[in-house]
Ligand binder design. Structure first.
Ligand SMILES: [Zn+2]
Length: 356
């Protein structure tokens, strides 16, 4: 097997998206799938089971955004492009509460991104141990990259992707790619057509990845309020199951084609109304993500309409509600890379027997 450097520039993206980024409007809220784990030994009829399920689910409504979101105040905000390390006075890992910088400095060697680097984030956590950092990167961020932007993840600097024996990564603009990913090569135009098998993606993992980013900027003094959420993002099976039954969701959409903002914010309910206490709002260029922090007051009324002008600063162009009980079926990601370096390209196709 021969793997070679491949001089490329990320701008070429003749890619097709077999992705189910459902552009469904918020009006067509899907009936949730029956979550895993309820089938087993149950003897009741499907109807009874479904009724039980509904009782556990969070109450979701469509409420006029101006009146609903007027009860919220922004309590935390960070521009993700500015380099900053958060929580420097905290030495114990916020997530696992197990490792401590003072007694185990060797477990805090990495610079842990508070918010995923997919959002051009320069925000780091001082109180995130290497074990937790690795767990979030491997179990959540990799899946998020396949959900959100496969091309970007493909070309992302220092992002390593491994699927069985096949791998690719990008080092200083050179894509190093295992020949098994190559579907065909257009020698004349120096274009490699690439196919990656995308595994089935659980929306729950994507939700947890977004929740992790929100919790990274959450006030450390109030850890107790989010302790269940912290168990969830540590992939505790019981909390994953609970969340699927409750059927929490995140909103994902486009708000302003011209925006270049990368930011994260937390908003808090300041009224006496029983609304979700906090929600997280992440902007990445024209995209936004919104989710309520779960397990605090799940008996509240959750609004499925995005905050729109009050918080985003413009109307939304499309919104999709993504429920944690749903899955995206496995499929293929197809893209094409144009090699800008003739010599590297020639070497690559000769050494991997692509030359005709
Ligand atoms: Zn930890």
């Amino acid at each position: 097997m021969e793997t070679l450097r491949f001089g490329t520039r990320p701008r070429l993206g003749c890619a097709t998206f077999p992705f189910c980024h459902s552009f469904a409007s918020a009006n067509s809220v899907p009936v949730p799938n029956v979550p895993f784990g309820t089938q087993g030994r149950e003897t009741s009829s499907p109807l009874v089971r479904y009724a039980k399920l509904l009782k556990n689910m969070i109450k979701i409504e469509e409420i006029s955004p101006p009146s609903y979101y007027s009860h919220y105040n922004k309590i935390t905000y960070f521009n993700l492009n500015e380099k900053r390390t958060l929580w420097k006075t905290f030495t114990k890992c916020f997530y696992c509460q197990k490792n401590n910088r003072i007694s185990n400095p060797s477990l805090f060697k990495q610079n842990a991104h508070a918010v995923s680097s997919y959002f051009n984030s320069n925000l780091y956590n001082y109180d995130e141990c290497d074990e937790c950092n690795k767990l979030f990167a491997n179990k959540l961020e990799t899946k998020f990259s396949l959900f959100f932007d496969p091309i970007k993840s493909f070309l992302f600097q220092n992002h390593k992707f491994k699927q069985q024996e096949n791998f690719y990564y990008n080092k200083n603009g050179d894509v190093i790619i295992h020949p098994n990913f190559i579907k065909s090569i257009d020698q004349k135009n120096r274009i490699a057509h690439i196919t990656i098998k995308r595994p089935a993606i659980s929306i729950l993992d994507i939700y947890c990845c977004l929740l992790k980013m929100g919790l990274s900027v959450f006030n450390r003094i109030q850890r107790k309020e989010v302790s269940k959420s912290l168990n969830l993002i540590a992939l505790d099976f019981n909390y994953q199951n609970k969340l699927r039954h409750l059927n929490h969701f995140f909103l994902y959409g486009i708000y302003n084609e011209n925006s270049t903002e990368d930011s994260i914010a937390i908003y808090k309910n300041t009224s006496k109304l029983n609304l979700p206490k906090y929600f997280i709002f992440i902007k990445h260029h024209r995209f936004y993500f919104q989710l309520f922090i779960p397990f605090i007051n799940d008996d509240a009324t959750f609004n499925i309409l995005p905050p729109m002008t009050r918080i985003i600063g413009s109307e939304t162009n499309f919104n999709s509600a993504n429920f944690v009980s749903n899955f995206i079926e496995k499929g293929e990601i197809n893209l094409a890379l144009k090699a800008t370096d003739k010599e590297k390209f020639e070497n690559y196709i000769i050494k991997n027997n692509f030359k005709k």
